[in-house]
Design a protein around this ligand. Structure first.
Ligand code: SOE
Length: 372
């Protein structure tokens, strides 16, 4: 298969995570990907980024990165307000699109992105990277194999505290017109996707959003600006299956850096997972003899699990960056098999619909149905 020439738009946290992922996917999984174009806002920084990661060239206009002839795949690591315009330009130019989460700022915008990539007939993927921890792939297998029995409850906590960084300016993540929402779209979207991945579709929610830090220093130093998005989001959910869900996220939970805890309780078993110990899956089963019953900790590094054999011998653990590599591996496998990767823009729209219902319920103070 010909090399897939990649343009990565964005050179900050996600730009680095994605650029690194393509390099490692080629080195450890022989993925036919090549870093072709790096696109960032600052010419000097982008040139330096491109040299460090090994891109063929660097530019500052996303419109070129989305349509250039030396690009087959456009990887969007830019702020949320650019996800739609870049997707529309790339899809109409016949490029595949790999977009960071959340797919868009609103459900309407996400649906337009999905319609456009489907009309253009181009492959599309969204980077819900946490699915790609082998421990969560095992969690999904246990659920599908019926090892937990009937799934009754899903609990997810995703807490960070970078929102309390002293002097943090009013960046795009704090402005609704650029981000769409705050912690809801930034981190709750991950646990919504994992809920869909492990349990299924969510049909209704009731939510509560809060903003504790209401003003932040304007980046140009000219004073203070109002924060127009949530610092925290908490919501209850009902799943199509009848299961119930409890979700909470925060970017101001002092002391929590990237603390994500998931738990699924079924009629015959439970699983629990924590992003700070991502190689371990905790599993409780009624199938264990009574004297051996208790949450067992499974170190998910043996060759029987997805992706693990391409890395290290069992016990040599994986981390956050490997989830992005595995997402690129899934993208390349989909290309080779002529199918759409998973998760894709359909998953992005479904997650966006849940976010939209939570925002609606914040206003109505009532349960809201999740639009399909
Ligand atoms: C900030 O909350 C952030 O960088 C998210 O945007 C990422 O998706 C998450 O993986 C880490 O935290």
């Amino acid at each position: 298969m010909q090399d897939i020439k990649v343009a990565v738009i964005g050179t900050k946290f996600m730009g680095r995570a994605h650029a690194n992922a393509y390099r490692q996917a080629r080195a450890f999984f022989s993925c036919p990907v090549r870093l072709s174009v790096s696109c960032g806002t600052n010419e000097k920084d982008t040139k330096e980024f491109a040299e460090r990661f090994g891109f063929s060239r660097s530019i500052t206009q996303w419109e070129e990165a989305a349509t250039a002839t030396d690009v087959d795949l456009v990887d969007i690591c830019a702020p949320n307000d650019l996800h739609a315009p870049i997707t529309l330009a790339a899809a109409r130019a016949g490029k595949a699109v790999f977009c960071e989460k959340p797919l868009a700022r609103t459900l309407k915008e996400a649906q337009e992105m999905l319609r456009t990539v489907e009309e253009a007939g181009v492959p599309h993927m969204i980077c819900f990277n946490y699915r790609f921890f082998p421990a969560l792939q095992l969690a999904k297998k246990l659920v599908l194999d019926g090892a937990l029995g009937e799934i009754r409850q899903f609990h997810a906590l995703y807490l960070q505290d970078w929102g309390l960084t002293p002097g943090l300016p009013l960046t795009w993540r704090f402005q609704r017109e650029k981000s769409g929402s705050g912690a809801l779209g930034d981190t709750a979207v991950h646990i919504v996707d994992l809920a869909r991945f492990l349990v299924g579709e969510i049909t209704e929610v009731t939510g509560m959003l809060s903003t504790f830090v209401r003003e932040r220093r304007l980046p140009d130093g000219s004073g203070l600006g109002r924060v127009t998005v949530d610092d925290t989001a908490a919501f209850l959910a009902r799943f199509q299956s009848g299961a119930t869900g409890i979700f909470e996220t925060s970017r101001v939970a002092l002391g929590r850096k990237n603390f994500m805890h998931l738990e699924v309780n079924g009629s015959r078993g439970s699983i629990a997972w924590n992003a700070e110990e991502p190689n371990w899956l905790r599993f409780y089963s009624l199938d264990d003899p009574p004297h051996l019953r208790g949450f067992r900790q499974i170190l998910v590094t043996e060759e029987t699990h997805p992706y693990t054999k391409n890395w290290w011998p069992a016990g040599h653990i994986l981390g956050y960056e490997h989830t992005f590599v595995h997402a690129v591996v899934e993208l390349c496998r989909a290309f080779e098999e002529g199918r759409n990767p998973e998760p894709n823009f359909v998953d992005g729209v479904r997650a966006q619909a849940v976010l939209e219902a939570v925002l609606l319920s914040q206003g109505s103070q009532r349960w809201e149905r999740v639009p399909h």
